[in-house]
Design a protein around this ligand. Structure first.
Ligand code: SF4
Ligand code: SF4
Length: 341
């Protein structure tokens, strides 16, 4: 099926009548996924947004439950389910892959996060394939096809004036069945996407296994500010802190995004901190992205969206680390005669 780009606005209006719809947009100078209404100008021309879409599944601040002391002096628990039927339209393939990572964390290995599970079940994902990559996009090297997202409910392949519409799940088929005469039969040739930034992950996961005490972490961490920007813009970072707000006899317990780049993140009540300096924190971030997650879930926790590369104020670049680790691994392999084996 084909969707003309001229029909995008009526399609969004129609979808917004059935559920909350989120689109890439600029809000107060920041690009993010914003709820669509007549005042929001969708920016499907953006390669990707500064803020990732993870907020739709894992809000930056989320009420978990409330409590109060009732008139009889007993505690009451107040439950909140703030998940709603939603759609995200215009999410990019790298961000769809980040949802695969988040699904692993919040839904597998015997741990189901009910807040994430509810939001995930109610989210319809409509992915638009990329036709251009920014100079910091390196998705292909991390296993993402910039024109495909197998886990999206609906894939829109960008063909210039039109999109090919491909429903990939039952939820997607049910939605496309409602698009009526906004779509028509046919198929066009998708516009190619050239991703020029490349890294090689060959040997990187294994090499990192033996690099816990390598001097590379001292060199790398010197310029890090521990500002946490990389973790907030990363679509796969998922750490949170739980806190509470008390007012007289009522309170609410909430969680909000945290960052492993902050010194308080691992601070313990007794005063001990297992990651006391920047070196340990920087090492943990990169090891988690490129080694620990791979070992636990069989995939990298970096999808190559390039946001941290673009936004780090001191240009700390994960692609350079991957290159450096790959070179060290290759040199060691050659030294032990592996290259000639
Ligand atoms: S580590 Fe950087 S490039 Fe990788 S997914 Fe996170 S923000 Fe994107
Ligand atoms: S990293 Fe790849 S999938 Fe993501 S926006 Fe860039 S080109 Fe598209």
């Amino acid at each position: 099926m084909i969707l003309s780009k001229q029909n995008l606005a009526p399609l969004l209006q129609s979808m917004a009548g059935r559920r909350e719809v989120f689109v890439p947009a600029e809000v107060n100078g920041v690009t993010k996924f914003a709820q669509y209404d007549e005042n929001v100008d969708p920016r499907f021309d953006l390669i990707n947004t500064t803020m990732p879409p993870k907020d739709l599944l894992f809000p930056q601040t989320q009420r978990m439950y409330g409590f109060r002391v009732n008139d009889e002096g007993n505690y009451e628990i107040l439950e909140y389910d703030e998940s709603r039927e939603r759609a995200v339209v215009g999410i990019r393939p790298c961000d769809m892959r980040s949802i695969v990572c988040l699904d692993q964390v919040f839904l597998t290995k015997g741990f189901v996060d009910e807040f994430y599970a509810n939001a995930r079940e109610k989210l319809l994902t409509v992915c638009i394939g990329c036709t251009q990559a920014s100079e910091t996009c390196f998705c292909e090297s991390m296993g993402t096809d910039p024109q495909a997202a197998p886990n999206a409910d609906i894939m829109l392949q960008d063909c210039g004036e039109t999109y090919n519409v491909v429903a990939q799940t039952e939820k997607g088929e049910a939605e496309v069945a409602l698009w009526g005469d906004l779509i028509e039969d046919g198929r066009a040739e998708p516009t190619a996407c050239d991703v020029t930034l490349r890294v090689s992950m060959d040997g990187v996961v294994d090499a990192l296994e033996n690099m816990y005490n390598h001097p590379i972490w001292d060199d790398l961490s010197v310029k890090c500010l521990n500002c946490g920007t990389c973790t907030y813009v990363c679509p796969t970072c998922h750490c949170f802190d739980i806190s509470q707000d008390l007012k007289m006899k009522e309170g609410v317990r909430f969680r909000c995004w945290d960052s492993c780049m902050f010194s308080e993140y691992t601070a313990m009540a007794g005063g001990h901190n297992p990651r006391p300096t920047k070196k340990e924190r920087v090492r943990n971030r990169f090891m988690h992205k490129l080694n620990f997650f791979e070992r636990r879930y069989g995939m990298s926790l970096c999808v190559g969206c390039g946001r941290c590369v673009e936004k780090c104020p001191v240009a700390l670049d994960i692609t350079r680390l991957i290159d450096d680790v790959g070179s060290l691994a290759a040199a060691e392999f050659a030294e032990i005669g592996g290259a000639n084996a």
